[in-house]
Write a protein that binds this ligand. Structure first.
Ligand code: ADP
Ligand code: TRP
Length: 344
């Protein structure tokens, strides 16, 4: 594929240990696309995470961990700019400007806010404002493509609406970003058969130890068919995971054996454990290596922040001029020469 002259941007919330659902549903797809775009901006959404993590040590550790996770999975700092959102102040500045042109009833329609209010009556202002900070993240870099999960689609629509509103008020400034909805057709099931999710406690961690893999796979819920009975692969949670970890030939053989009868769930789980270990062990080892040198990871983040800040500062300068928060005045000095006085 030839590289598109386009900008891809995505934010990842640092929220603890990723699981294999996060990997196949989001992380892998972001990493796989890093060769397709001219500029890839991948940032750790720590300002967004502050809405839920209010502990400095935890927030910093989670931010470092997610950087290590992505590097271990193959994110290449030569191809992607990896940085922390809070290292680029223009994200917050632009969010404030958007706050001033957006109405409360408009933001009250956001699904995430509605969900939060049904669960908790004391929603923070930050949670309410979450979509406008995300709009600022996206629009600040003239982003073309935003890979996100289905649950974030509305937030990209809010970014588009906000761009239109700003452009209408202050003149053409922002590009319209397009969401790239990650292929979540395959929702990875957890060990209980529900969607794998941190909130359901049914996960298999992506960087799990061999022991953790064995324990979790052995807990996968099945029906009570005997090994001899034919089984429908589409109804088996073990099989859904085979689809992610088995080679095509092995998967075909497993399918035949399921349909003909003759494979028990115990054997199926043992095959899955072996394949998962084969896949996870090298990633885990790479992660351990990278984690040994946190200073190097911080250096990658620092360089990423510098690159991102350079892009962001240019754009926020233009935005401030358009809104009247910055100005340039040409005056004549006593010598009669024209000089430019600026307020940034
Ligand atoms: P969790 O539900 O574990 O808290 P998040 O909501 O933080 O996960 O999801 C982060 C990303 O991982 C999102 O893009 C989401 O679509 C994807 N994701 C999470 N769980 C799964 C799953 N079980 N299958 C596929 N994708 C998933
Ligand atoms: N809100 C996203 C999530 O919860 C994370 C995020 C923050 C993001 N800013 C972004 C994603 C900008 C894409 C673009 O997953």
């Amino acid at each position: 594929m030839t590289k598109e002259q386009k900008i891809l941007l995505t934010g990842v919330k640092p929220t603890g240990r990723p699981h294999i659902g996060n990997y196949f549903g989001a992380m892998k797809q972001v990493i796989d696309r890093q060769n397709d775009f001219e500029t890839n901006l991948i940032f750790i959404a720590d300002l967004h995470a502050l809405t839920t993590t209010q502990n400095a040590t935890e927030l910093n550790q989670d931010a470092l961990d997610i950087a290590i996770d992505y590097l271990a999975l193959g994110l290449d700092p030569a191809k992607a700019v990896l940085f922390r959102q809070s290292s680029v102040p223009a994200h917050s500045e632009l969010c404030w400007i958007f706050n001033c042109i957006t109405t409360v009833p408009y933001l009250q329609r956001a699904h995430a806010y509605k969900d939060a209010t049904t669960k908790n009556h004391e929603v923070s202002v930050g949670t309410f404002d979450y979509p406008l900070l995300m709009a600022a993240d996206i629009l600040l870099y003239d982003t073309d493509v935003v890979p996100v999960g289905q649950d974030q689609k509305q937030h990209v629509e809010i970014a588009r609406d906000t761009a239109e509103k700003f452009n209408r008020l202050f003149g053409e400034t922002f590009k319209m970003p397009e969401p790239l909805i990650l292929d979540s057709v395959k929702t990875v099931p957890g060990i209980d058969g529900q969607k794998m999710s941190k909130s359901y406690g049914n996960t298999i961690p992506l960087f799990a130890t061999d022991e953790e893999i064995k324990t979790q796979v052995m807990k996968i819920v099945t029906d009570s068919k005997t090994p001899e009975e034919p089984k429908d692969p589409a109804k088996c949670h073990i099989f859904a995971l085979h689809e992610l970890f088995a080679s095509p030939e092995e998967l075909a053989t497993l399918r035949q054996r399921y349909e003909a009868g003759g494979i028990g769930y115990k054997e199926s789980k043992e095959i899955l454990i072996a394949n998962m270990i084969k896949f996870i062990a090298p990633l885990r080892e790479r992660r351990v290596e990278i984690a040994k040198d946190p200073a190097k990871v911080l250096e990658i983040l620092k360089q990423g922040s510098e690159q991102a800040r350079e892009l962001a500062e240019k754009k926020i300068g233009e935005i401030k001029m358009k809104t009247g928060l910055a100005c340039e005045i040409r005056i004549s000095n006593q010598m009669g020469d024209e000089v430019i006085v600026t307020k940034k």
